[in-house]
Design a protein around this ligand. Structure first.
Ligand code: 6GU
Length: 229
């Protein structure tokens, strides 16, 4: 999979070098390219923002640098890209979104800062590929960078071969619409806390039953909204 990231803070993405995704990049499963939006701002101060039409607080990212960078990325695309703009005003990013994107040839993350990006950039990007404005949840971050990193990790680990044991992907939170069951390892007794007996029983049917019940109970307690869905 090819992933391009457009940002005024390329250093945010240095950590993609490490851990699981770093390995995936090394092995060629993942080709990530980070672009500095300011390289497409040609005035002396490399300006990427300006005051909003109609007034109001904050600054808006100018369309021209975005147009130049998106054109260059689209011209070099292995397919028809999906342009992802992280935004608290977007649709919700979920495990289903990550699954959907994990089979894409090309994702392009456009990270906005300040109060946002000139709306025409989204309309223009829609002529080059699919456009998705996507939010991680109902809270506000300073820009799209941290959100893009979270989405890249969620998508990247679903690419076949990136996570060593594919079985570890199916029994986890949100894959079946429920939260994950609790996990334990040795020792069986630690500081007076004991591992539930059923897990030591060797009875696979009863273990599976107990885990399912734990998933439902946890979901009802912590995330009743998931059961309503
Ligand atoms: Cl995707 N972007 C920003 N700026 N804030 C967020 C978000 C995204 N998701 C939750 N808060």
């Amino acid at each position: 999979m090819r992933i391009d990231v457009v940002t005024i803070f390329p250093a945010f993405f240095d950590v993609l070098e490490v851990s699981l995704l770093g390995k995936a990049r090394g092995s060629g499963l993942l080709d990530v390219r980070v672009h500095d939006l300011r390289d497409a701002a040609h005035d002396r101060h490399r300006t990427v923002d300006d005051t909003p039409y109609g007034g109001g607080a904050g600054m808006v990212m100018k369309p021209e640098p975005w147009g130049e960078v998106l054109d260059a990325i689209a011209a070099d695309s292995p397919g028809r890209p999906i342009f992802v703009f992280p935004s608290p005003a977007g649709e919700r990013f979920t495990q289903a979104t990550a699954r959907e994107w994990s089979t894409a040839d090309h994702l392009v993350f456009g990270c906005g800062r300040y109060e946002g990006i000139d709306e025409r950039v989204f309309e223009y990007a829609a002529t080059l590929g699919e456009v998705r404005l996507v939010s991680l949840g109902d809270y506000v971050l300073n820009g799209g960078e941290v959100a893009a990193m979270a989405m890249i990790e969620a998508v990247g680990r679903l690419i076949p071969g990136v996570v060593g044991n594919p079985a570890s992907l199916v029994e986890e939170s949100h894959e079946d619409g429920l939260l994950e069951y609790p996990s334990y390892t040795k020792p069986a007794s630690w500081r007076g806390y004991d591992v539930p007996d059923v897990l030591l029983s060797g009875h696979h049917g009863r273990v599976a039953e107990w885990r399912r019940a734990q998933q439902i109970e946890r979901t009802r307690e912590r995330r009743p909204d998931l059961l309503a869905d």
